[in-house]
Design a protein around this ligand. Structure first.
Ligand SMILES: Nc1ncnc2c1ncn2[C@@H]1O[C@H](COP(=O)(O)OP(=O)(O)OP(=O)(O)O)[C@@H](O)[C@H]1O
Ligand SMILES: [Mg+2]
Length: 469
């Protein structure tokens, strides 16, 4: 808070101007409003640190505004200005969340003491929040936000692997599922944490450059090699090397990596001596490595060598319980970053996010919420700030989408009925599978039991062909 912003909501002109002048002198940004409505508009337009609020306003009473501020802009502090006779009112204001009150008439000095204290409190609060955010940040497992059982299971696995002696770890998962994040957390929670973490993307460089980048080269090894150079493997000794997009590693390098994994030794490009280092390799890919092996694009022996500790990060659509907690996490993150005062996510907007398939996974959600927070002035994030593709999803592909003119989600003013949507999906899957429960379950990514549970829940059991359990 370099220069705090103070909003004065006061209809009495003499008080308003005197306060404004005095606050401007003590290096505050001052905004003024003569009515409750004007004050609200100012609050909506940009963040305010402190509001000096008159109780008696021409269009509304100050307590009402105070309550709204508490709800919509919880980070804003309010000092109530009340007539000195009305002690009850002052107490009520404090109960409603006012930081303090000042009885009228007051001297400017008196008011400034209260203002200074309020701004100091506000500054401390911000600092504490920032501290908490960064402390949690640095490296801990706390950075991986997770609640869904699928992801909790993965987290347990990660904890065990991080602390283990495992020298190779294979991270698989669609784009945006958190592989980079997990690789870092694994390193900083391993016994190697005080040694280097080296990150290289196998697609980023041409084959020869990649080889020299990884393994180093001797002087004169190739035209540009005027000096001997150590590669990442040597520099990372004792630490971790993160090989991103391992599926794109050129075959000759795959052979060299395999030799390293088997013998812990390699040679610099143009070198004749074996160099032995101790590094942990975390390889990541969003491709199906088995598939690449089948197509002869990835060495089978290297695949098996890497696949000793495989960890698959599930796509976001397979961890539905993570959607609300991640969404709230990103709202918190971006509201702090953009100095927005927001109170979370509107239930209708949350329902839409929960119904969406997130093809770009957590990265997509993060980007989307970043944009939504930027678009939101204060209060809750609503469906208005979500992009259109979320609101008209083709949730289930039962052949040609055109053959189904009925929209799956109808967003009325009250949002979307998630239970009804679920029922429709179950019905459609069943219809598509010609009444075959196992097939219908598969279409929805559910087990047969999970599917039958829903049939029972929606009273659809009779509609489905009876099958032996
Ligand atoms: N569980 C999580 N909790 C909090 N943030 C997450 C989580 N998973 C991913 N993220 C964030 O989502 C974004 C995308 O994640 P990341 O870059 O790790 O994905 P990736 O799997 O490496 O994707 P790609 O295959 O495209 O490289 C990052 O900003 C990351 O910090
Ligand atoms: Mg990545």
């Amino acid at each position: 808070m370099t220069q705090p912003t103070v909003l004065i909501i006061e209809d009495e002109e003499s008080v308003r101007t005197a306060l404004a002048r005095r606050l401007a002198m003590s290096d505050c940004q001052v905004a003024t409003a003569t009515t409750g409505k004007e004050g609200m508009n100012r609050l909506k337009s940009a963040p305010v640190d402190l509001v000096l609020l008159d109780y008696r306003l021409p269009d509304t009473d100050g307590l009402e505004i105070l309550a709204t501020i508490g709800q919509e802009w919880p980070d804003t502090l309010t000092v109530m200005m009340t007539a000195y006779t009305n002690v009850d009112l002052a107490i009520q204001a404090i109960r409603l969340g006012a930081y303090n009150y000042v009885s009228k008439p007051f001297s400017l000095d008196e008011m400034m003491v209260v203002v200074d204290k309020a701004l100091e409190a506000k500054r401390l609060r911000t600092e504490v929040e920032r501290f908490r955010a960064t402390e949690q940040d640095a490296s801990g497992f706390g950075r991986i936000v997770a609640r869904d059982p699928h992801m909790i299971e993965v987290l347990n696995l990660l904890r065990n692997v991080a602390a283990s002696e495992a020298k190779t770890i294979l991270l698989q998962g669609e784009s945006g599922t958190g592989k980079d994040l997990v690789a870092k957390v694994l390193h900083y929670n391993s016994p190697r944490a005080d040694r280097p973490f080296m990150n290289i993307t196998c697609t980023a460089l041409a084959e020869t450059l990649l080889e020299s980048e990884l393994f180093g080269h001797e002087k004169g090894a190739f035209t540009d090699a005027s000096e001997q150079k150590k590669g990442l493997f040597e520099l990372a000794d004792g630490g971790t090397i993160y090989l991103d997009e391992i599926g794109d590693m050129p075959p000759p390098l795959q052979a060299k990596l395999l030799r390293f994994l088997e013998e812990k030794a390699f040679r610099r490009v143009g070198g004749t001596v074996d160099i032995v280092v101790d590094v942990r390799i975390i390889a990541a890919t969003n491709k199906d490595l088995r598939n690449l092996v089948a197509k002869n694009q990835f060495r089978e022996d290297l695949f098996y060598r890497l696949n000793i500790f495989p960890i698959t990060l599930p796509p976001l659509r397979d961890r539905p319980q993570d959607v609300p907690i991640l969404a709230n996490h990103f709202v918190e993150q971006f509201k702090a970053e953009f100095h927005k005062q927001m109170t979370g996510i509107d239930p209708a907007a949350m329902a839409v996010m929960q119904a969406y398939a997130w093809p770009g996974n957590i990265r997509e959600m993060r980007n989307l919420i970043e944009r939504a927070v930027l678009l939101t002035g204060g209060g809750r994030l609503t469906i208005d700030s979500l992009p259109a593709e979320l609101l008209t999803p083709a949730i289930i592909a039962t052949g040609e989408p055109e053959s189904d003119p009925e929209p799956l989600i109808v967003l009325g003013p009250k949002g979307v009925n998630l239970a009804l949507l679920e029922q429709r999906l179950v019905e459609k899957a069943l219809e598509h599978a010609g009444g075959n429960q196992s097939q219908a379950a598969q279409l929805l990514g559910l087990s047969r039991d999970q599917f039958r549970y829903r049939l029972r829940k929606f009273g659809l059991l009779k509609a489905a062909a009876e099958e032996p359990a």
